[in-house]
Design a protein around this ligand. Structure first.
Ligand SMILES: [Mn+2]
Length: 258
């Protein structure tokens, strides 16, 4: 793999209200969180960020299309972040949502479709898994607790990435094959979750309360999402599920001639 490392595009998180002390008054930042890049690079991928191509501000990006990214890159990773606008799955947003960013939603939905159309692998993390589910027609709980999906809290603002729970990997599933285990501990930093699973997808892992924690699109192509943040497991806590087998499976799919 290292002789010709696959080129992995990661869509950015977007910061529109930049804290004054950072010095970008009235500007918008698009950025990658470091652990996700190190996770991919540590397993042999080259990482580039894919800035949004929507027309924003004074620069007209109309000459570059989302499909240009899908053509040049070998795989796509979707980071975590803001809640999806429930309008994207046909619901009216309730007050339980955090800040929404429909520009990021539309950009990433278009990215997923473009990469999948070209048979290029897609890996979604947390919000990224939820977005994949919505891209293929599934829906989300706007809030797991408020919607009665569980009585267990899947997020703890103070504990942040130290908050976690057990997951069960689906017997005979791809995750069991990659990870060689039937259960594991993962972090949990989400208050939303999958309500209706998109058609053509299978559940690869669930929490003990039944909340869906990993999904995969059936078929040859690699289209996978996890509700946890494997990038935060990276070389931090040996009791958590190793993030390496999942990244290796993704990069292997990306390295296949398309
Ligand atoms: Mn969880």
């Amino acid at each position: 793999m290292h002789q010709n490392p696959p080129l992995i595009g990661i869509s950015p998180r977007i910061l529109r209200q930049v804290p004054r002390e950072l010095g970008f008054r009235g500007k918008t930042l698009q950025y990658l969180e470091q652990s996700v890049t190190q996770w991919a690079m540590g397993c042999g991928g080259i990482v580039v960020m894919l800035p949004t191509v929507q027309r924003e501000g004074t620069i007209d990006h109309r000459e570059i299309h989302v499909d240009d990214y899908a053509l040049r890159c070998d795989g796509l990773i979707l980071q975590g972040g803001a809640d999806l606008d429930p309008a994207s799955y046909g619901e009216v947003p309730r007050a339980c949502n955090g800040e929404l960013d429909s520009i990021r939603d539309q950009f990433e939905l278009a990215l997923v479709r473009a990469f999948v159309e070209r048979g290029k692998p897609v890996l979604g993390l947390c919000r990224g898994m939820q977005l994949i589910n919505v891209a293929f027609g599934g829906s989300l709980y706007q809030d797991l607790l408020a919607d009665g999906a569980t009585t267990q809290n899947h997020v703890d603002a103070d504990a942040y990435d130290q908050h976690g729970h057990l997951i069960h990997l689906t017997p005979a599933g791809s995750f069991q094959r990659w990870h060689q285990t039937a259960q594991a501990r993962v972090n949990s930093i989400h208050h939303q979750g999958i309500k209706t699973l998109a058609a053509g997808f299978v559940v690869e892992a669930h929490a003990e309360d039944g909340v869906i924690e990993a999904i995969r699109r059936q078929g040859e192509a690699f289209v996978v999402g996890v509700q946890w943040h494997p990038e935060f497991h990276w070389q931090t806590d040996a009791t958590l599920l190793s993030p390496i087998p999942l990244m290796r499976a993704f990069l292997e799919a990306a390295a296949k001639p398309g």
